[in-house]
Design a binder for this molecule. Structure first.
Ligand code: OAD
Length: 253
């Protein structure tokens, strides 16, 4: 079959059938799910963040230690951008899918909070949330003090320096989301990998765990990734298009 549209059509049906009979769907999303909202991905050559910035200068504890103002300026600019965008049809379709299957676990590598704004609940924020502050002293999510002697945001409770509540390179994944995601990947019978290059571990290992547990792994990505060959079904398309199509084709239970 050399007609890509027909090839894609032929994959929709088995994907819908797997979702229709699923007991537990585990989903992992990456930056590609937010791309259609206008949020740059990390590795897309043209728009990816890392094409303009060196991640080692921005998203590491060392970079923050070296120059907290520079790192905060970058994160404040990303926060402003994220506050201006809206969830896209892919986010909304995932929130609706959760109401159409017995159990859905949504793990996201994204820090933009768009899944929650689209109505998803219980989102496992594998890499944190850019809109939240964390106290560097108490190491918990914190509120901002109105006062600061150096212009940097300080913790309202203890006055300690605040940082964005995201996972930086070289840092560990928050234990709660990591454990819950691992359990869901091992338990699910359908695993959806959407909008991720599947390059960054341990997140990228969740699909492998699902495969090892015998789940049907469905990838949604306009481009091939390291997971594509191993996936049960690789849907070559944008999440904002494919997810609404899968949802529309899903028979009522
Ligand atoms: P990447 O930028 O590595 O990959 C984005 C993926 O989305 C690519 O495979 C694109 O082909 C795909 N994509 C682009 N547009 C899409 C669309 N409309 N629909 C579906 N897919 C689309 O981003 P991530 O895989 O999320 O880590 O990167 C993983 C982690 O690497 C990030 O969470 C971040 C980064 O370092 C931390 O911040 C700790």
């Amino acid at each position: 079959m050399n007609d890509p549209a027909a090839a894609l059509e032929s994959l929709i049906e088995p994907a819908v059938a797997a979702l229709h009979s699923a007991r537990h769907v585990c989903v992992i999303t990456g930056a590609g799910v937010s791309a259609e909202s206008g949020v740059p991905t990390f590795r897309d050559a043209l728009t990816g963040h890392w094409s303009k910035f060196n991640p080692e200068d921005l998203a590491t504890p060392e970079a923050f230690e070296r120059n907290p103002r520079f790192v905060w300026d970058w994160y404040e600019s990303r926060r402003e951008m994220i506050r201006r965008v809206e969830p896209n049809p892919g986010h909304y379709a995932l929130a609706q899918l959760a109401r159409r299957v017995p159990r859905l676990t949504l793990v996201t590598q994204n820090v933009d909070g768009l899944h929650q704004r689209a109505g998803s609940r219980g989102v496992l924020e594998y890499h944190g949330n850019i809109l939240r502050d964390r106290c560097t002293v108490e190491r918990v999510a914190a509120s901002r003090s109105d006062a600061s002697n150096d212009g940097l945001p300080k913790c309202a409770a203890c006055g300690g320096l605040l940082r964005p509540d995201v996972v930086w390179f070289g840092e560990v994944i928050p234990a709660g989301p990591m454990l819950a995601a691992a359990e869901a990947a091992a338990d699910c019978d359908v695993f959806l990998s959407i909008g991720t290059s599947s390059l960054v571990y341990p997140a990228a290992g969740l699909a492998e765990c699902a495969l090892d547990s015998g789940a049907t792994v469905i990838e949604i990505n306009p481009n091939p990734t390291d997971l594509s060959a191993a996936a049960s079904i690789a849907l070559g398309g944008a999440s904002g298009v494919m997810l609404p199509r899968l949802l529309a084709a899903l028979p009522p239970r």
